[in-house]
Design a protein around this ligand. Structure first.
Ligand SMILES: [Zn+2]
Ligand SMILES: [Zn+2]
Ligand SMILES: [Zn+2]
Ligand SMILES: [Zn+2]
Ligand SMILES: [Zn+2]
Ligand SMILES: [Zn+2]
Ligand SMILES: [Zn+2]
Length: 1762
């Protein structure tokens, strides 16, 4: 509420005075004011100056208005109000994409959520919370006591918290303000309402018409969901003739706001534009865009009305009084008017308003009504009053749900008291179901059943929203039931049954015979509705079960509804079916011929209610409500039975011509998403049937419906193999269902089990198959209405959690003791699960091969495979009769028939599976009888399974009893696997027989399976036992074979599906193998382990014979042979940068790469996967890929052929070039010669010689061509004149090595790639910078590897990965050889410039100061370039070994001294807090040296640090450089290093490095040794203006050792990151639209990714913020964390990238990409470390390439816009 400066307060006061005046009619004055100002303020709609507009509105309207409202300066008053705070509700409205939190422990239902602020300040932070991403529109429930079981307030909203204390009461609005508000609000609301729903295009209400009507019109375009972004842009461009950019601007605004002025002008021209737009849009998509021509003043007022709405919205947050007054006015109905109140009117208009207007209105509702419980209730009642209308409007609208007023339902319906009130007072359940009934008729067919063929997915999706409301209203069960509530609920339930009636039997299908169906019918809609309804059905049942009377009444209604649906189709005459002396009277019906439907929600609801009757005991009163005559159980079970028979027939392949649609339906029928209210209930219905029907009749009915009557009446005459197979499958399916009917009792109500028991059993059976991740288990269990599975409550009782490694996820393994619960005929097993069989934990596997443990383990395996079922829990009384079907005549007949057929070896009429099931049924029967005998006296147990089974059959076919049949079965070889089971059954027969005969075992109570087996075993006689054991051993062997085969099949399968993964890991393992090439070398004395100077040891090389990975031929690497090459990838890298984000511009193409800045901000890294090829083979390979890609029309953008990219043929790493393998030239020096030379070749002398050589060249060049920039060597006055141009040659030369042509070609090729990539320029073979880039990548790669080794804590040499070793070796040798392919004069020129840094006598223009150069790069460059000084008159010479060793030594010493000076100057000043240490020699020399330095810097370098500290700094600072140098010389010369460098040792390292590099351990002695020579150099280095400027604090420099780069620190708790993201604001745009913040893991900056606002134009290409950032931050390669998605993104070179799991795990060791599960996440350091290494090893590119290779199906993600 800023007041404009310079606007006299008196004038303001005067202006508002007249409103304040009681005598003035406020409304008139208000409107007059608006009429005057609004059109002026909003006059330039095409190109509004938003700030100006806002200023004017404040001054001319809001200030007076507020003044009028408060009667004093509004700023003061509002400030008071603001401080008082006024609500205990948070009420923050979520924008789409914001993170919301819910608590699984405390939230009443999952719709109760907290905003991030409240969550962070709440107790739920430490509970089992869930994070989710809002779709927009909801609001924070903090402070709502009804939403939370505990902790409803965060600390900020707690009553009595600082911000809401006593002040609150003090600061209530005074009466005057309230009176004023009552006066002001109505006019304001009236105006807002009038203008938002204003329909006239050209006119305004008369009160607002003040001036002459102008001919100013706007053409306004509205948003719709039908036209795509591109359509609109296209249409606008065409219709208005505007630029793409402008059209895009319009379109974005339309999408956001809902409408936009696209043209201004006189009426006629706007009208014309309108027609044009309509025409063009109609052309592209059949439907015209919605365009209106509105008068300018209308648009202005409408715009202002929304502004006024936001003003009110803000006002609401200040005071509860304001809210109440506002709500009262909004709800007020004019007594004499038909019109609804303001708020209802606005609601009813909602679907016609544009997006922007809706948003303002909804926010207003949130900030007023929803913040005051009493008014929320009143609002809810208005909402329900118009519910039908609103929903219908919404369904025909095309805007998304989150911007519809109907989406507010969740805010009201889920509040328990409100829901109850709405049910009681307004019958809301009925209202909702009736709405459904009214909108669904368009889907009804002639039988009044739904039919969704050809439905519109969008429309139906909108209908689901209504179904969702039903779920919301039911989500919390009432605790108190009033009569009124029961009455209304029952009415709602009956109304709901009408919907189910339309679904009962919908979408019937008929078996297709002969021809395949032409079009697969739509099935998704019906199944989707089933899924939507599943929990609603369960909730209805739960509600009913709350009250006995209610339950019975609901049952009665439901039963009636089922009957109504069942009878009308029965018109056929009844026939009869006889078997075993029993007769079934039935109506002919065949699933395979007549139509059948899997949709039976009525029957299943009835089954559900029945179970609940049984559970509560109310079933005893059922007769009062449904008479036995009416009940007709046969009819009830008929439809579910048909459905099960259909499933059996589908399994028997009888319906294959009906296509995939049916397969899918059957799948969902049994799938976890639907089965509770489909398959499971059908089984229950059969159990109800079995409990209430005569068991023989029940079974006859089963046989009839499975169309198996004939199969059990006589031997089937047919010889048709297909038919026999079909019939066998049907028998198997039916036996399975019979097993389920008698055996599956884990349903509360069917037996006395708890919900927990049920979940536990599900989990045990899942884990029996294989160990599973938490999320996988959760996905396999049904969710309740609160999306809970109950998993966590029981999992620890049955399973053990196994933590994950660095990849993969944690899993649960079943506890061994739970294996005994395993039932192989568990009814939720799919066919594949069933065939997989139980899982053996690793321990078990190991045991089975262990000699000693074998016996025990095999017993265990056996006991699992010879699987008698675990004893099921006892049926509850209502279901107790089910067991009778096991010992009835027809069952005995069925069992006997099957066994008989097996015994008679009629192989085609039985299967092993069938026998298994028969055995299972027999065991169930015996267990039942045994159990009953254990509980009651023998004579009372009527269940006589044993008796029936041992009775002879009546017919000839059944002339033997079952026990005898079993005995015979043991002899059948095909049934070897079942033998244990058969034995077990026979033994149990025995046991039961003895129990019946009251033998000594009559006291046995419940015996567990294993005990039973054991007990029975002991009874067998010794003899029998022996034979038995032998047989068992044999059986065990067979079993083991079978299991092993099964296992290996599984494993093979696994490997095949995860082939790539497998190969990769093997590959990775291979690479990890470190090399220890030195091991093979005979122990050389340390004396020879010196790389430089006269004491240099011999090079150790072996004959290198390599195998080409392409042609598999071997070849020795030799200079004269054709080239072998190493696949390689050259990339820019910022891995070592000390100055992240520094840009290297090469705008003029003249970037000088000779000197590397010590910040190492960007280098060129060369990596290799270490795979060798013939150069020729590689060339052929590369050409072949090029060809194949050119031929393919559709080219996947996996790699960039243009830039030489390819995948390594062996390991599929991304490569872009090859490095030639140049053999190392063995060099050995004669120590005597060397000693002799040492006498004369001092550093001073060596320098003189070098200078002479250089000046000699310069003279020559000057003579020849007079170059402008030739280096000038200041001739030395007192030099020995004998030192001439040629003296350098006198210390030993040799001819240049001759490389084969092929090697030379490859040298050029690789050098060109390095140059091209390193400088990002077009390739060239003759650019003078090529040698320089070669040296540079060599130096930089060594630095990277050194840094990585240190980081990983590995020794310098001896632990390199194979690929690093061979890559480095090739790279260094290449760099040495590359010189020979360039003109020597060029190399000399580079060398002189490098030396100029060190030597004062060489003067080159623009020589950089010591502080601006990385010394290691100088070392590598000068060492590699130095031989060019031996070039003589076009004769290529090179220094001899001895010469080289001196050259190396002196160059290295010079550079080292320069580097020490660097370190002294930059890194020793920081004072140390450590205690003074002993005064060592090093310390003393250090101190002395610093005094000198101090002198040369004219005192700028004031040294007062103690010597030991200086020495300490120098030691630390120089180590990385020395390590790099050791690596470099080792790979250059092949001299073995001292042992100390092969192991990790901080102590010995420096000493070993110094010894290897011929340095004194006290480095300062170096200066002493060369003092006369170095002194002048030192003076010059120190006196450099740049150095002095630094020492005076005018510039900064890099300190040594350079800091090691790490990925940024991430918080441990992921919600902290989400918190950060929620505070993120886009730097470019101020809108409140959802952002996709991405965190750069290199530098920690947060970016606005995937949004147009932050795109950048680079070289004419649009780049997303991340890609643009990557260019600077990581030289194109970068790593981001997309915070809302919880995914890491790797990007490279604009067009490539891949997702990578974020290093955050939930407590179950699983990642959560997309935050789909929303469990709390915590940082996994190991995984983060892995990402760090991925970066430092330069493997990001490789990872991207690999990921793109594996995910060939690419989802068209636009990486460029990231
Ligand atoms: Zn909140
Ligand atoms: Zn709060
Ligand atoms: Zn909680
Ligand atoms: Zn080859
Ligand atoms: Zn490879
Ligand atoms: Zn960055
Ligand atoms: Zn942005």
């Amino acid at each position: 509420m800023a007041v404009l400066a310079g606007w006299p307060a008196s004038q303001q006061a005067e202006k508002s005075l007249k409103w304040w005046d009681e005598r003035v009619d406020f409304q008139a004055a208000f409107l007059q004011c608006l009429a005057k100002h609004v059109p002026n303020i909003y006059s330039s709609e095409m190109d509004p100056l938003l700030e100006k507009q806002e200023e004017l509105v404040q001054v001319t309207i809001f200030y007076p208005l507020e003044r009028c409202l408060f009667g004093e300066d509004p700023d003061i008053c509002l400030e008071k109000l603001r401080q008082s705070g006024s609500s205990q509700l948070c009420g923050k409205v979520f924008k789409s994409g914001e993170t919301t939190y819910s608590c699984r422990d405390c939230a009443i239902d999952p719709t109760c959520v907290l905003c991030i602020d409240c969550f962070q300040n709440s107790i739920h932070k430490n509970h089992r919370y869930k994070m989710h991403t809002s779709t927009g529109g909801g609001f924070c429930d903090c402070g709502d006591t009804e939403a939370w079981k505990a902790g409803p307030f965060c600390t900020k909203h707690e009553p009595g918290a600082a911000s809401t204390t006593q002040e609150n009461s003090e600061c209530q609005l005074n009466e005057e303000v309230m009176a004023q508000a009552r006066k002001v609000f109505p006019s304001v609301i009236q105006y807002i309402a009038d203008m938002t729903i204003w329909k006239e295009e050209k006119e305004l209400p008369p009160e607002l018409m003040t001036r002459e009507k102008t001919d100013n019109y706007y053409c306004v375009l509205f948003n719709d969901e039908h036209h795509s972004y591109d359509h609109v842009i296209y249409s606008l461009q065409r219709a208005l003739g505007c630029e793409f950019g402008e059209a895009q601007l319009h379109t974005t605004a339309i999408d956001k706001e809902g409408r936009r002025v696209v043209k201004a002008g006189p009426y006629a021209s706007c009208q014309e534009a309108k027609e044009e737009i309509k025409r063009h849009s109609e052309n592209v998509s059949q439907r015209p865009l919605h365009v209106e021509v509105l008068h300018a003043d209308v648009v202005a007022h409408q715009k202002f009305a929304l502004r006024l709405g936001s003003w009110l919205n803000k006002l609401m947050s200040y005071s509860s009084d304001f809210r109440q007054i506002f709500c009262q006015i909004c709800l007020k109905e004019e007594a004499d008017y038909e019109n609804p109140c303001f708020i209802s009117m606005l609601m009813l208009w909602d679907a016609k308003l544009h997006k922007g207007a809706r948003k303002v209105l909804h926010e207003l509702i949130f900030s007023s009504f929803f913040m005051e419980m009493e008014y929320k209730k009143l609002f809810a009642m208005e909402f329900v009053k118009y519910y039908k209308l609103l929903q219908k409007e919404y369904i025909s609208d095309d805007h998304e749900r989150n911007i519809s007023v109907t989406a507010l339902s969740v805010q009201m319906f889920t509040v328990p008291t409100l829901a109850r009130h709405l049910i009681e007072e307004q019958n809301v359940i009925t209202t909702i179901t009736e709405t459904l009934l009214e909108v669904l008729p368009e889907y009804l067919d002639k039988n009044d059943k739904f039919n969704f063929q050809g439905y519109s997915q969008d429309k139906l999706g909108r209908v689901y929203a209504v179904i969702c409301d039903l779920k919301y209203i039911l989500i919390s069960k009432p605790t108190v039931w009033t009569d009124r509530l029961k009455e209304c609920f029952l009415e709602g339930f009956c109304s709901f049954l009408r919907i189910l009636t339309c679904m009962q039997g919908m979408e019937e299908i008929k078996r297709q015979i002969g021809q395949h169906i032409e079009v697969d019918p739509d099935w998704e809609a019906a199944i989707a509705i089933q899924m939507q309804l599943k929990n609603i059905l369960l909730m209805f049942q739960e509600w009913c079960a709350c009250d006995e009377d209610l339950l019975l009444k609901a049952y009665k209604e439901c039963h009636r509804a089922v009957m109504r649906c069942s009878t009308n189709s029965h018109s056929r005459a009844k026939t009869f079916f006889h078997l075993c002396g029993h007769t079934l009277e039935y109506r002919p019906y065949r699933v395979s011929v007549d139509s059948v439907s899997i949709h039976l929600p009525l029957s299943r609801t009835l089954a559900g209610l029945h179970v609940r009757l049984s559970k509560t005991g109310a079933i005893s009163r059922l007769n009062e409500f449904v008479s036995p005559k009416e009940f007709q159980v046969e009819l009830l079970i008929d439809y579910p039975l048909r459905c099960l028979a259909l499933v059996a027939q589908v399994a028997a392949d009888m319906w294959r011509r009906n296509g995939l649609s049916l397969i899918s339906q059957v799948f969902y029928y049994q799938d976890v998403k639907c089965r509770e209210e489909m398959y499971d209930k059908d089984i229950i219905m059969l159990q109800i049937g079995a409990s209430l029907m005569d068991p023989n009749h029940f079974l006859l009915m089963m046989l009839q419906r499975y169309e198996l009557a004939d199969a059990f009446r006589k031997i089937m005459p047919t010889k048709d193999q297909d038919l026999i197979k079909q019939c066998n499958t049907l028998i198997e399916e039916m036996l399975q269902v019979l097993i389920y009917v008698v055996g599956e009792r884990y349903v509360p109500g069917v037996s006395d089990v708890s919900k927990e028991d049920v979940v536990m059993r599900e989990i045990i059976h899942l884990l029996c198959i294989e160990p599973m991740a938490h999320s996988a288990i959760a996905k396999s269990l049904p969710e309740n209405e609160n999306n809970e599975t109950g998993l966590e409550n029981v999992i620890d009782k049955v399973a053990v959690f196994k933590k994950p490694g660095v990849s993969g996820h944690g899993v649960y393994e079943l506890k061994d003791e739970c294996l005994k619960e395993f039932n192989m005929f568990f009814y939720h097993y799919t066919k594949t699960q069933h065939s997989k069989g139980p899982h053996f934990s690793q321990g078990t596997e190991k045991h089975s091969v262990n000699q000693y443990g074998r016996h025990l383990t095999i017993r265990k395996l056996l006991s699992m495979w010879a699987l008698p079922p675990p004893p099921p829990p006892e049926f509850s009384p209502a279901f107790s009769n089910v067991v009778k079907i096991m010992n009835c005549d027809v069952m005995m007949h069925i069992l006997r028939t099957i066994l008989q057929r097996a015994v008679e070896l009629e192989t085609h009429l039985w299967t092993e599976a069938m026998i298994q099931m028969v055995l299972h049924l027999l065991s169930l029967g015996l267990l039942e009888e045994k159990q009953q005998l254990g509980k009651a006296p023998e004579e009372e147990v009527t269940f006589d399974f044993y008796h029936k089974a041992s009775r002879m059959g009546s017919s000839a076919l059944n002339a033997v009893n079952i026990v005898m049949l079993l005995e015979k079965l043991k002899g059948i070889p095909q049934l070897e696997a079942q033998k244990d089971m058969i034995n077990w059954i026979l033994q149990t027969f025995d046991t039961v027989k003895r129990l019946r005969e009251k033998s000594s075992f009559s006291t046995v109570t419940t015996i567990s399976r294993s005990e039973a087996t054991k007990g029975d075993e002991t009874q067998s006689t010794q003899d029998k036992d022996k034979a038995e054991r032998k047989r068992k051993a044999e059986a065990a062997r067979l079993h083991r074979q079978k299991i092993m085969a099964q296992m290996s099949a599984l494993q093979k399968n696994f490997i095949e599906t995860h082939k790539l993964l497998y190969e990769n890991t093997q590959e990775a393992q291979g690479r990890e193998d470190s090399i220890m090439e030195e091991e093979s070398i005979p122990i050389a004395i340390n004396h020879y382990r010196i790389a430089l100077g006269p004491k240099r040891g011999p090079s150790v090389t072996e004959k290198e014979v390599l195998t080409c990975i392409l042609c598999q031929e071997e070849q020795e690497v030799r200079l004269e042979n054709t080239a072998m090459v190493l696949s390689a990838c050259v990339q820019k890298s910022t891995a070592l940068t000390q100055y992240r984000g520094k840009t290297l511009e090469d705008s003029d193409g003249m970037l000088d790469p000779l000197f590397m800045h010590p910040d190492l901000s960007c280098g060129t890294y060369t990596g290799s996967c270490g795979h060798v090829m013939h150069a020729a083979c590689w060339q052929k390979y590369f050409e072949a890929i090029q060809l194949s890609f050119r031929q393919r029309l559709h080219v996947e953008q996996i790699f960039d052929l243009e830039n030489g990219e390819y995948l390594c043929p062996l390991c599929k790493s991304l490569c872009n070039t090859v490095i030639p393998i140049v053999p190392l030239q063995t060099q050995k020096i004669n120590s005597e010669d060397a000693e002799a030379i040492a006498q004369i070749l001092s550093l001073a002398r060596w320098l003189e010689i070098v200078m002479a050589r250089i000046s000699g060249y310069t003279a020559n060049i000057t003579k020849e061509e007079e170059p402008k920039n030739a280096p000038a060597v200041v001739s030395r006055e007192k030099g020995d004149s004998a030192l001439d141009f040629h003296s350098i040659l006198s210390f030993g030369i040799q001819p240049l090595a001759k490389y084969s042509r092929s090697i030379k070609e490859m040298l050029v090729l690789f050098a060109t790639t390095v140059y091209r990539v390193g400088l990002q320029v077009a390739p060239s073979e003759s650019d003078p910078r090529i040698p320089v880039t070669t040296w540079s990548t060599c130096a930089f790669t060594i630095q990277c590897i050194e840094n990585l080794l240190e980081d990983e804590g590995k020794p310098l040499l001896g632990a390199l990965q194979n690929r690093q070793h061979s890559g480095l070796k090739a790279l260094v040798q290449f760099a040495a050889a590359q010189r020979t392919t360039a003109p020597q004069s060029l190399i000399q020129k580079h060398l002189v410039r490098l030396l100029a840094v060190l030597l004062p006598d060489v003067k080159v223009e623009d020589t950089l100061s010591l502080l601006d150069i990385d010394m290691f790069h100088v070392l590598v460059g000068s060492v590699l370039a130095f031989p060019s000084l031996y070039w003589e008159n076009a004769v290529d010479l090179q220094p001899s070994s001895i010469s080289s060793s001196y050259n190396h030594l002196y160059l290295f010493h010079l550079v080292t001294m320069a580097h020490i000076t660097q370190i002294i100057l930059t890194s020793t000043t920081e004072s140390s807090t450590a205690q003074s240490q002993d005064d060592s020699e090093e310390a003393r020399t250090a101190e002395a040296f610093c005094k000198e330095v101090s002198q040369y810097t004219s005192g700028c370098f004031s040294q007062n640090t103690p010597g030991w500290h200086i020495w300490d700094c120098v030691k630390k600072g120089i180590t990385p450089y020395l390590r790099c140098a050791a690596l470099f010389f080792h790979y250059l010369l092949g001299v073995p290093p001292p042992e100390e460098l092969l192991v990790v040792s901080d102590e010995g390292q420096l000493k070993a490095l110094c010894s290897y590099l011929s340095l004194p351990t006290n480095l300062f002695l170096l200066y002493q040794e060369y003092w006369d020579t170095v002194n002048p150099l030192l003076q010059r280095w120190c006196a450099d203006p740049a150095v002095l400027s630094y020492l005076n604090g005018k510039s900064i420099a890099i300190r040594y050792p350079r800091k090691r780069n790490n990925l940024i620190d991430l918080p441990e708790d992921y919600s902290c990151l989400l918190n950060q993201a929620s505070q993120f604001r886009c730097p470019r745009s101020s809108d409140d639209e959802q952002k996709h913040p991405a965190l750069c893991l290199f530098c920690g900056v947060m970016l606005c990714s995937q949004r147009a606002c932050c795109q950048e134009l680079v070289n004419g290409e649009e780049l997303g913020a991340c890609n643009f950032h990557a260019l600077h931050c990581g030289a194109g390669v970068c790593m981001f964390l997309k915070i809302r998605e919880c995914k890491v993104v790797l990007v490279e070179s604009k067009t490539r990238g891949c997702f990578y799991p974020a290093p955050y795990l939930d407590e179950y060791g699983e990642t959560d990409p997309g935050l789909k599960r929303g469990n709390p996440l915590h940082l996994c350091q190991e995984r983060y470390r892995k990402l760090h290494l991925l970066w430092q090893q330069h493997c990001i590119i490789e990872e991207i390439a690999r990921s793109q290779e594996t995910n060939q199906i690419f989802f068209g993600f636009n990486w460029q816009m990231l």
